[in-house]
Design a protein around this ligand. Structure first.
Ligand code: NAP
Length: 315
């Protein structure tokens, strides 16, 4: 069976594309990625309250919002599989999408694979993953009740995570490499006025120290350097969270689809067309500027309309 549309990805972009494509009677198949939750539903599964998506004046949690998107896409006949695509062949017609040995064919592909958290990749970091170092305060914050933690970064994610962590931690060090936050004013004000948050300006992490415990090593502190004086010191903490931005999930398309220098897919301005006809990209995977749930949803809608119209031209 050759599908009309296969959608890869399950954030606001993928689900919105699915809602539009299913309402256009294209019976889309959407590969959502495998649970754990952070792979199915995208970054919104890792966020706390979404306060800036129109239609939810009281706010809504990221996972609740994704549940609603999923339900709405299914209501109009989208087939959703919580599985991960392992390979794509965009050079054959119809296109082929692989899940291991299993192959699905489709006239069009909508890519909505999003972006994921970046890590500092300092020595010792990998060994301390889930042993104090994390990229998801929403997932792991509650493990640090009454403890001292840190967050690196100065954008909206960093202040959101730092603010969220104050629910559990006794103190949150916000480590930022400059003397000014990049985050939006309202979120900055919340963090800067929170007595549990200590700002560590002009500071960059350089390494970690670990302590031995019953279950092996865990984080004891973050070694930092002052960018003005060059002075180094260690900030003792039990938990440390990455919030230094994101990288697009485009490994599946390397060498086939046009990308910018950091791997974001290139789309034809004002459309979701990639360099391969019949392959469309939407959401954070092709947007390094706005990266909002509402803009992702908007481009998901565009991708479904672009796919529908493109299919019509093929008869
Ligand atoms: P971001 O805006 O790109 O901020 C990344 C931060 O990490 C910057 O402050 C940057 O420092 C710092 N950084 C980057 N690489 C670093 C490194 N190697 N070492 C130390 N620091 C480093 O990323 P984001 O905060 O994840 O936000 C991404 C997008 O999502 C933004 O558009 C944001 O508005 C949006 N967002 C919105 C909400 C919300 O509204 N609720 C929540 C989260 C995210 P510099 O400032 O010096 O560059």
């Amino acid at each position: 069976m050759v599908r009309n549309v296969i959608i890869i990805g399950s954030g606001p972009a993928g689900y919105t594309a699915a809602i539009y494509a299913s309402r256009a009677n294209l019976q889309p198949l959407l590969f959502a990625g495998e649970p754990p939750a952070h792979l199915d539903g995208g970054q919104l599964m890792l966020t706390t309250d979404v306060e800036n998506y129109p239609g939810f004046p009281e706010g809504i949690t990221g996972p609740e919002m994704m549940d609603k998107f999923l339900a709405q896409s299914k209501r109009f006949g989208t087939e959703v599989q919580m599985r991960s695509v392992t390979k794509v062949d965009l050079e054959s017609r119809p296109f082929r999408v692989f899940l291991g040995e299993e192959v699905h064919e489709s006239k069009t592909i909508i890519i909505a694979t999003g972006a994921e958290a970046k890590w500092l990749n300092l020595p010792g970091e990998k060994e301390l993953h889930n042993r104090g170092i994390s990229a998801c305060a929403t997932c792991d914050g509650a493990l640090f009740g009454g403890k001292v933690v840190g967050v690196v970064g100065g954008g909206d994610s960093a202040v959101e995570e730092a603010t969220f962590l104050t629910r559990f931690a006794s103190k949150v060090h916000m480590i930022h490499r400059r003397d000014q936050l990049r985050a939006s004013k309202i979120m900055q004000d919340r963090a800067l006025s929170n007595p549990k948050i200590a700002m560590e300006w002009n500071t960059i992490p350089e390494g970690y120290s670990a302590k031995e415990g019953k279950h092996g090593p865990s984080l004891a502190g973050v070694k930092v350097r002052d960018t003005n004086t060059g002075e180094t010191r260690e900030i003792p903490m039990d938990g440390f969270f990455m919030a230094i931005g994101h990288k697009p999930n485009t490994d599946l398309f390397t060498g086939v689809l046009d990308m910018d220098e950091v791997g974001y897919l290139k789309t034809k301005p004002g459309t979701t067309y990639t360099n391969i006809e019949g392959v469309f990209a939407c959401g954070d995977v092709q947007d390094r500027h706005y990266r909002q749930a509402v803009t992702a949803a908007g481009t998901g809608c565009m991708a479904a309309i672009d796919a529908e119209r493109w299919i019509e031209t093929q008869h």
